[in-house]
Design a protein around this ligand. Structure first.
Ligand SMILES: Cc1cc2nc3c(=O)[nH]c(=O)nc-3n(C[C@H](O)[C@H](O)[C@H](O)COP(=O)(O)O)c2cc1C
Length: 347
């Protein structure tokens, strides 16, 4: 039977859990950051040295983490594209625009456990030699921006952020930037334009791949809120352990936003690939079935840009055999998407 698996939301909904730093520290908060900052340099057999940063990046690659912003691109691979030889500063931007209709997972993390995101960001920045990072948050989320600013203030007061973090010599500043609220600002190059104070017209790729020519034409990493939270857990448990969660090609957990005509709308964290769409709609620990008198018309599985799955439609799964696409049954749809929605009120 499919069940929730709480990794990122482990504490967020516990009674008495609050978004302040003291509560986060009581629950083991910032232990992964301490671990990351003290990873010893490894001497290799050829006499070369592997820095803490390189080891963390390797572990993120090993974890198989895919970005949670929609495209599902490998996080480790994205980090490996960063131009580290340009001599320019490297920036990191947390994409907290969450503009996809029906998606509200990032907002839950920000409101209930902001320090988890900040810890994930500091580790990611350290691993990528970033000294200045931004959280680009949707304009319609003023409460989230306020909570994040407060959390950053608390982190600075504990020397987890700012100059000479925890006496390691590493400096980092993170600023919150509020967007004006436009769907396209969620797209990474549109977001970068907006952060530079311009209209958010997406940039042409190539040449404007953020890893090479991003913010202020400098190498830039753009990652989603949930992706960055995962980095904290990868450092905490190790990439190999993290990779045991989910499926071999798509590891970890996913937070599913479930809205529409179900008895229990909300957000649910599941191991990737371990619950079907039907289970998410009907199982008592998830959607709990349709509201009385409602009939399922369609499901929108991944926001407005995804295909609308009509009720009763048959789905065929494709599989690669010897490099060729082969269609196969069963038609059981494995759930790997970020949000699911339901038809308008229908008799
Ligand atoms: C039209 C459009 C809207 C997008 N909106 C968001 C968004 O609201 N939040 C987000 O994290 N990514 C969004 N993305 C994906 C980002 O461009 C980018 O791939 C993502 O932030 C990278 O983070 P990740 O690798 O951690 O997934 C959007 C992409 C497109 C094309």
């Amino acid at each position: 039977m499919a069940q929730e698996y709480k990794l990122i939301l482990k504490h967020a909904d516990e009674p008495g859990y609050t978004p302040d730093i003291e509560c986060y520290l009581r629950h083991g908060g910032y232990d992964s950051l301490r671990k990351a900052l003290t990873v010893p340099v490894v001497e290799l057999s050829d006499g070369k040295k592997k820095s803490a940063q390189e080891q963390i990046r390797e572990d993120v690659m090993k974890s198989g983490l895919r970005g949670r912003g929609g495209a599902g691109f490998s996080c480790g691979l994205k980090w490996s594209f960063v131009d580290r030889r340009s001599g320019k500063p490297i920036y990191l931007i947390c994409n907290a625009d969450e503009s996809e209709p029906g998606t509200f997972k990032d907002r839950q993390i920000i409101h209930k456990d902001p320090h988890q995101l900040i810890e994930g960001m500091i580790i990611s920045c350290f691993a990528n030699d970033v000294k200045l990072a931004y959280i680009y948050i949707r304009g319609e989320m003023p409460k989230g921006a306020k909570i994040l600013n407060q959390a950053l203030k608390e982190a600075r007061a504990k020397n987890l952020l700012g100059k000479n973090i925890l006496g390691t010599g590493y400096d980092l500043e993170i600023h919150v930037h509020r967007g004006a609220g436009a769907y396209i600002c969620g797209e990474e190059t549109g977001l970068i334009e907006s952060l530079e104070g311009k209209r958010p017209y997406p940039r042409i790729k190539p040449p404007y791949f953020p890893a090479v020519l991003g913010l202020y034409m400098c190498p830039t990493i753009v990652n989603n809120v949930e992706t960055l939270c995962n980095v904290k857990h990868i450092v905490g448990m190790g990439g190999a352990e993290f990779a045991k969660l989910g499926t071999p090609n798509n590891t970890g957990t996913r937070i599913v936003s479930l809205s529409g005509q179900v008895k229990r709308p909300g957000y649910y964290e599941i191991e990737v690939g371990k619950a079907t769409l039907g289970q998410l709609i009907h199982d008592p620990e998830f959607g709990g079935g349709l509201l009385d008198g409602r009939k399922l018309k369609a499901v929108i599985p991944g926001g407005s840009s995804s295909k609308v799955l009509k009720a009763g439609e048959k789905f065929k799964l494709k599989r690669k055999v010897d490099g060729k696409d082969v269609e196969e049954r069963p038609i059981f749809l494995i759930f790997l998407m970020i949000s699911i929605r339901f038809s308008k009120r229908a008799p």
